[in-house]
Design a protein around this ligand. Structure first.
Ligand SMILES: Cc1cc2nc3c(=O)[nH]c(=O)nc-3n(C[C@H](O)[C@H](O)[C@H](O)COP(=O)(O)OP(=O)(O)OC[C@H]3O[C@@H](n4cnc5c(N)ncnc54)[C@H](O)[C@@H]3O)c2cc1C
Ligand code: SF4
Length: 547
């Protein structure tokens, strides 16, 4: 996701750019399988469970790693990692050109000053060195290119994007939205998800035709991914060289000039090692992989990892706490069904600790979810017998509604990754050992998600309300971040406010590693805006002869 943006920005600004990708190339015409029906799949969509448990025991716990899309997720066997005893962490990854931008859920939200000022306000970790005003023009810039569909709400805690027309709520969602507005006096707003999916043709890409399973690719390039949008733009400049099968082992560093000189690469097919030289290095390998590269780049001076004079590299690992919410049957609309497979749900912006202070926790959460009418598959959970039972299953079930929370995780120095020199991956590269667990604040947020969701469903007149707060480990929101945080002080942060390493001026990290706090909204739009901003800064610095 971020590497594609760096490639686009650097090439468009005139730099010859080498993009190194550990995985294989992605060829849309062969790899995208969103229109392949279930009956054409060997295991009828259930997946080859023997292969999965041998090759992808961790990846296959992600909803998107199914029989179609398993190829877009790493082999856990080839890409191992370890965790501290009693602290499970689910690390979900993609290793191919496009990374996880192929399989992401496309939910795209701006962060606000409620997020950027949070650490300072609460006295947690360190302050962000930037504010919303620094990033707003870069959100505009990135959104202009990507195309984000959504509804403007004018809420301070969730700034509006430059939107394409929103997708429609279905009738169940419209009912819940209107009822909530009556009961919660504007505090709890339901809107359609803000998604990097086109609702009209945009910059040579076609509007979405609502086929549904986007995590399998999109031949009409209707959702944003690096393969669908940024890499073709970089390619068009004639200044990009894309080299797949290139596992970056480490960054090389010249202690005299105090500059990165390039990167050391292992060719994943031949295992030959190659060194590439460069004037500037951008690490966009994802929050944990980029720090792994820096740990493996240790020098006598930086014995705990390159650019780690602060000792913060690998620390402050965050992910969103989720798996709290509720599901229920909502009244009415039984003469109506929805049409098409809208690849998006609803969103309820954060309402906790916005205007009033909650006694049990800091920060807050937003709800994703939606209204739906279960079909015949509900028979699995329903008892009955004979022809009447069969007939009843041919009719759609009642409308249901689900709220599913995503909550903010506080930065904590004790949540960290370190190099596990004993365990190497399939290419002999030392791997990571991750130490991460939820704090009491995240657990309190998850508990409150279930309570608030059930309360709202009760208020709209729903029945059979099923609240849930499932004990899920960190990592599973797939929003890992914070491992090379930005900051004003080189003693307490790895990067400055432009994603530039304090210790190594021509080294930039623009993936989720840079984040100082986690907000409660999906982070990738912010990573992309930060990347475009960092590229602009790097090129300006080069022009001034500072890099
Ligand atoms: C199922 C799913 C749903 C998601 N939904 C959302 C969502 O709705 N909204 C949202 O904001 N985010 C979502 N995310 C998260 C989002 O995908 C990530 O935040 C985003 O892709 C991170 O971008 P990145 O550039 O840091 O890393 P990635 O997109 O993971 O790209 C990293 C790239 O680096 C390559 N790489 C790694 N190590 C090396 C190495 N040593 N040498 C060379 N190359 C290397 C990888 O192969 C990969 O191509 C979702 C993710 C998944 C999997
Ligand atoms: S639902 Fe839309 S964005 Fe998703 S794969 Fe189909 S056409 Fe593409």
């Amino acid at each position: 996701m971020t590497g594609g943006w760096a490639a686009k920005e650097l090439t468009e600004k005139g730099l010859r750019t080498l993009v190194l990708e550990a995985g294989r190339p992605t060829v849309p015409e062969q790899d995208y399988v969103e229109h392949v029906p279930v009956w054409e799949m060997k295991f009828r969509g259930l997946g080859d469970r023997r292969r999965q448990s041998a090759e992808q025991p961790i990846q296959s716990t992600c909803y998107a790693c199914d029989e179609w899309s398993a190829k877009f997720f790493v082999s856990d066997k080839e890409n191992p990692y370890t965790t501290a005893a009693g602290k499970p962490f689910r690390w979900i990854r993609g290793r191919q050109v496009g990374g996880r931008s192929i399989t992401w859920g496309r939910q795209s939200y701006r962060w606000s000053d409620l997020d950027f000022e949070g650490n300072l306000r609460d006295g947690i970790a360190i302050d962000w060195p930037i504010r919303y005003a620094d990033l707003a023009p870069w959100y505009d810039y990135v959104e202009d290119f990507i195309g984000i569909s959504g509804e403007a709400l004018g809420l301070p805690q969730l700034p509006d994007s430059k939107f394409l027309p929103p997708m429609q709520l279905n009738c169940g969602e419209t009912f819940v939205r209107d009822e909530l507005a009556k009961h919660f006096g504007g505090e709890r707003v339901l809107t359609i998800g803000r998604a990097a999916i086109l609702t009209q043709d945009h910059r040579g890409r076609a509007a979405c035709h609502y086929c549904g399973p986007c995590e399998r690719g999109c031949i009409t390039r209707s959702y944003f991914s690096s393969v669908n949008a940024t890499l073709p733009a970089a390619e068009k400049t004639g200044r990009m060289t894309l080299r797949p099968y290139s596992v970056v082992h480490s960054v090389s560093f010249d202690a005299k000039t105090r500059r990165a000189t390039g990167v050391r690469v292992i060719d994943s097919r031949t295992r030959a090692t190659v060194e590439f030289r460069a004037k500037a290095v951008f690490l966009c390998a994802s929050a944990l992989e980029s720090v792994r590269i820096l740990f493996n780049s240790a020098t006598p001076e930086f014995s705990n990892g390159l650019a780690n004079s602060s000792g913060e590299l690998g620390h402050n690992l965050m992910d969103h706490v989720k798996a709290g919410g509720a599901d229920a049957i909502i009244p009415g609309n039984e003469d109506r069904i929805d049409v098409g497979r809208r690849p998006n749900g609803v969103y309820m912006p954060r309402f906790r600790n916005v205007k009033t202070k909650h006694p049990d926790f800091l920060r807050g959460y937003g709800f994703q979810g939606g209204g739906y009418r279960p079909g015949w598959e509900r028979g699995i959970a329903q008892t009955g017998f004979g022809p009447d039972f069969k007939k009843s299953l041919r009719r759609p079930g009642p409308w249901r509604f689900s709220f599913y929370g995503f909550g903010e995780c506080l930065p904590n120095h004790n949540n960290f990754a370190e190099l596990d020199k004993e365990a190497v991956d399939a290419w002999g590269v030392p791997t990571l050992k991750i130490h991460c667990s939820w704090s009491a604040n995240e657990l309190a947020l998850r508990k409150d998600m279930a309570i608030a969701a059930a309360e709202m469903l009760a208020a709209v007149g729903a029945r059979s309300i099923e609240p849930f707060a499932t004990d899920e480990p960190p990592g599973f929101a797939i929003h890992e971040m914070g491992t090379a945080r930005m900051g004003r002080d080189p003693k307490t942060s790895v990067l400055n406010s432009f994603n530039q390493a304090h210790d190594v001026k021509n080294l930039f990290i623009t993936d989720g590693g840079a984040m100082v706090s986690s907000s409660c909204v999906n982070p990738s739009l912010t990573y992309m805006a930060l990347t475009a901003r960092a590229c602009d800064y790097a090129v300006q610095q080069m022009k001034k002869g500072e890099l």
